[in-house]
Write a protein that binds this ligand. Structure first.
Ligand SMILES: [Zn+2]
Length: 119
């Protein structure tokens, strides 16, 4: 995929975008892994307008907390927070220390970068 393909797709999407009816919104925040094999809407029987979804590597609630706070306090979603892990998650195949070492090797001499986001 190239940026040009994304830009064309976005232009097409924006040209036909209709502000969705929020009446089916279920007042729920879903935290899920970023694994592209999983479509959270299909998995949970939802439409995109039904829930706020937050996805990250391994379904980390700790990493999702900023977005959860925004959803609750700026958007007003005060219902349940549902966290869905899955089988065969890539995050079960490595450790935080392994990730830290990968980042250190990619950024020699930059301990500040190596420590970012892996605490
Ligand atoms: Zn996963």
């Amino acid at each position: 995929m190239s940026t040009q393909v994304f830009l064309q797709a976005n232009d097409k999407f924006a040209a036909s975008f209709v502000k969705p009816d929020r009446s089916s919104f279920k007042n729920v925040i879903i935290v899920q892994c970023m694994d592209p094999r999983i479509n959270p809407y299909d998995q949970l029987g939802l439409k995109t307008i039904d829930a706020i979804t937050i996805r990250n590597a391994g379904c980390s609630a700790k990493e999702a907390i900023r977005s959860i706070i925004v959803a609750q306090h700026l958007v007003g979603v005060l219902g349940e927070i549902a966290i869905f892990h899955h089988k065969d998650c890539g995050m079960t195949k490595g450790t935080t220390n392994q990730i830290r070492e990968i980042v250190k090797k990619a950024n020699p001499g930059r301990a500040d970068i190596a420590a970012t986001g892996t605490a």
